[in-house]
Design a protein around this ligand. Structure first.
Ligand code: UD1
Length: 430
């Protein structure tokens, strides 16, 4: 298995092109199942999760093609993907595929809405807690589906089509909001989703569905109203920039010091992390090219942070923030409220010399004056990149094992950081 080796100590200086958001690309690709016409998506990031979803969609009968690179296009430019679900040949999403990526469970919504039937394996994905699917099922029941769970599969049926309904989520869920949006777009009548997720990726999906002919109001607020339509058409849509990738490199620049321009990054997607970074001691400047993060030698201040649904501080940046405040002057507390088991990076950061105490959902991080490189293990997508951030500031070599976690969500990470002066390389397994 590949490894990433980092020799810490270099400051980051330069530009990093921000890729399209993985968490928007995935539901947008899944939305192609809703129409028999072609959906074209621009700025699709080159990631293992995207490749896997292509396979999963292919299994349902989706034909896809990727535009070749045009002259003058940078290697960092995202792909243009054409997806055509003219005929759905299979309404089953099997265990061996769904178990590898939780988001592939979301095909349940469009398959059910368009075909009246779906058989989808219960999901797998990152090992960051139990992550049940009860809220998806609740939502589909409200839209008139019959649901059975049998032998590890969710069997959802609505032979006469879905009908609009009122869905009130007891807790904010991104995935179930995506699924409810897609399913309700093709349901008969009006659907109201209350306590909907307000994440920018929801807004992006709603924008694309609207281009496909859906009637959606309120995306980005906690109440979304959808008037179902009989059919959706093809469309063309550009995936929004990845706010988690942006935040990750912003924290990396704050960690090492230096001056990095995050090209194409959007401030409105990252207000809480930007405010926090400023409080920690980095200078964050919004320019017409993106977001610039500068830190010149000054110490890092400790923080008190709770992860929350958007627009709060995202759980997907919690591990990266923790790596950063390992070097703060003082004690930080980080409370994780979204996933109960998202602290697997703690013991790996400790291998680099971090001083972190865990009590329930709260990590108390005492800043240390130095970190020392060591071999560490990536445990999930965001945790693995926190080890890279720590490694960038650690003395000596850090080797990150199980890099496939990183490849699920970070496009050309070592190249992007390397171009800014980081000493980082991929050791390719023989
Ligand atoms: C999405 C993101 C993930 C991010 C998370 C929270 C994608 C591909 N993934 O994951 O990167 O960390 O949002 O911002 O976009 N829950 C239930 N029952 C359900 C569904 C969810 O209890 O049926 C719980 C989860 O266990 C969790 C909370 O709701 O505690 C939020 O999860 P959710 O927002 O659904 O996360 P995902 O959509 O899986």
């Amino acid at each position: 298995m590949d490894q990433i080796r980092i020799t810490g100590g270099a400051r980051l200086n330069g530009r990093i092109a921000i890729s399209g958001a993985k968490n928007a690309a995935l539901p947008l690709m899944i939305a192609s199942l809703l129409t028999d016409e072609t959906l074209t998506l621009d700025n699709i990031p080159r990631l293992a999760d995207v490749a896997l979803l292509k396979r999963i969609l292919g299994n349902h009968g989706v034909d896809y093609s990727v535009d070749g690179k045009r002259p003058g296009q940078d290697v960092m430019t995202g792909e243009t993907l054409h997806l055509s679900a003219k005929t759905i040949v299979d309404t089953t999403a099997p265990y061996d595929l769904v178990s590898r990526m939780r988001a592939s469970f979301w095909v349940v919504g469009p398959l059910l809405a368009r075909m009246g039937y779906a058989k989808v394996s219960l999901p797998g994905g990152c090992a960051i807690g139990t992550r049940p699917v009860d809220l998806f099922i609740e939502a589909l029941l409200k839209l008139g589906a019959d649901i059975e769970i049998d032998a590890g599969y969710v069997l959802a049926a609505a032979p006469k089509g879905l009908r609009g309904g009122r869905i009130t989520f007891p807790k904010v869920t991104v995935g179930a909001t995506h699924v409810a949006l897609m399913a309700a777009s093709l349901a008969r009548g009006e659907t109201v989703i209350e306590n909907a997720a307000r994440e920018p990726e929801i807004v992006d999906l709603a924008a694309c569905l609207t281009k496909m002919g859906a009637a959606i109001e309120g995306a980005g607020t906690s109440t979304i109203t959808i008037s179902g339509v009989e059919r959706l058409s093809g469309a063309r849509h550009t995936v929004l920039p990845d706010r988690i990738e942006t935040g990750t490199y912003a924290f990396a620049a704050a960690m090492t010091g230096g001056d990095v321009l995050l090209e194409g990054a959007r401030e409105d997607l990252l207000q809480a992390p930007i405010e926090l970074l400023r409080g920690i001691g980095a200078e964050v400047v919004v320019t017409n090219e993106g977001i610039r993060v500068v830190r010149n030698g000054a110490g890092l201040a400790p923080v008190r942070v709770t992860t929350e649904p958007f627009p709060g501080f995202p759980t997907d940046l919690q591990a990266q923030l923790m790596a950063l405040v390992c070097r703060a002057e003082g004690t930080s507390t980080i409370r994780e409220t979204i996933f109960e088991n998202r602290f697997m990076h703690v013991q790996e950061l400790a291998r680099l010399g971090a001083d972190i105490q865990l009590e329930g959902q709260v990590a108390t991080v005492k800043g240390v004056s130095r970190l020392r490189g060591a071999p560490v293990m990536a445990t999930d997508l965001r945790a693995s990149v926190s080890l890279v951030i720590a490694g960038l500031a650690a003395e000596g070599d850090t080797t990150v094992n199980r890099v496939y976690h990183l490849d699920r969500g970070f496009e050309r990470l070592e190249e992007k950081l390397g171009r800014c002066g980081a000493q980082i390389e991929r050791l390719v397994a023989a």
